[in-house]
Design a protein around this ligand. Structure first.
Ligand code: NAP
Length: 280
């Protein structure tokens, strides 16, 4: 019989949460590595978040992921929040420590930069300026990822100017806010272009962006993964730019969380990739 302590539980807490692909990813790894445990959906409404978090140690959870709408609110109920999660301003992973305390982390920046490095191993953010479209929640992780990978400068364009301006101020002198009207010209000489807006997502308009001045060798990344090939990626590919879709970020952000709970760093295998693709 398996010793009770060897069985590990984790899950994703959100409201709603049924759409989450995290169970597919983590349960794939549990099976692939022959581990004993399960990763479950945890539908928790906002007014039950505190109680749900406090219940994790008692229920024997190794931790959980957080998704909409809990990523920011959950920070109030944690014992510690690491530096990266504080910079991003949100927690997507909670680890229950040996003493039962709750530690908050954020693995989105890792997931994003890892997806770029895996798809294009020779590419580095340090070789030129970056341009980021959008200044919402996800953009914060993208800025951290690019800055930590050595981007010399980042042009941040957002439809609403105050958000771009305030975020650029917060992230320091390497990030400059650019007016939405100037987004097309902002692509001049960049090493990487990242779309973090919802434009191009299934059910939304395509991102209104002319790629004319974008260098042909610039990497074009979209963090959207439904559809896998957004109109932006299709246009970039058609003119010869290397591209990266958003599914890689989703898969790679799960790796450090799984390692924290299950004690081993998993890989994104071709089998997992095809399973995830089939779920889109
Ligand atoms: P969010 O906080 O709601 O931000 C949305 C962004 O889109 C804002 O910058 C917003 O600009 C912009 N936007 C909305 N409508 C627009 C329009 N008509 N024209 C131009 N810009 C527009 O959302 P988020 O959490 O950052 O998520 C953004 C996208 O990233 C979503 O598609 C999400 O699915 C995806 N995502 C993917 C991953 C992954 O693992 N691959 C992880 C997280 C998020 P304003 O400020 O002007 O409203």
């Amino acid at each position: 019989m398996t010793a009770p302590t060897a069985y590990k539980l984790a899950g994703v807490m959100g409201w709603p949460v049924a759409h989450s692909r995290s169970p597919l990813i983590h349960n794939h790894w549990i099976a692939e590595y022959g581990l004993s445990g399960a990763y479950v959906l945890l539908p928790v409404p906002p007014d039950r978040l505190e109680a749900a978090m406090r219940g994790l140690p008692a229920l024997g959870f190794a931790g959980c992921n957080l998704t909409i709408p809990h990523k920011v609110e959950v920070m109030r109920w944690l014992d510690t929040v690491d530096a990266q999660a504080q910079r991003i301003g949100a927690v997507n992973t909670v680890v229950v420590a040996q003493d039962g305390s709750l530690q908050g982390r954020n693995t989105d920046a890792f997931g994003f930069i890892e997806s770029l490095h895996q798809a294009h191993p020779l590419w580095r953010a340090s070789t030129g300026p970056a341009c980021v479209m959008g200044a919402g929640g996800a953009a914060r992780a993208i800025l951290c990822a690019l800055l930590d990978d050595g981007a010399p400068s980042i042009r941040l364009c957002n439809r609403s100017w105050p958000k771009a301006h305030d975020m650029a101020q917060e992230f320091g002198s390497r990030v400059q806010a650019v007016r939405w009207e100037e987004r097309h010209e902002a692509l001049q000489g960049v090493n990487v272009l990242v779309n973090t807006t919802n434009q191009g997502m299934h059910g939304q308009e395509a991102l209104d962006l002319a790629l004319d001045v974008l260098p042909i060798e610039a990497l074009v990344a979209d963090i959207i993964y439904v559809p896998l090939e957004t109109p932006l990626l299709a246009s970039a590919k058609a003119r010869g730019n290397p591209t990266v879709h958003g599914l890689g970020m989703l898969l790679h952000q799960a790796r450090p969380a799984f390692e924290a709970w299950f004690g081993m760093r998993p890989e994104v295998s071709p089998a997992l990739l095809s399973k995830a693709l089939a779920s889109l």
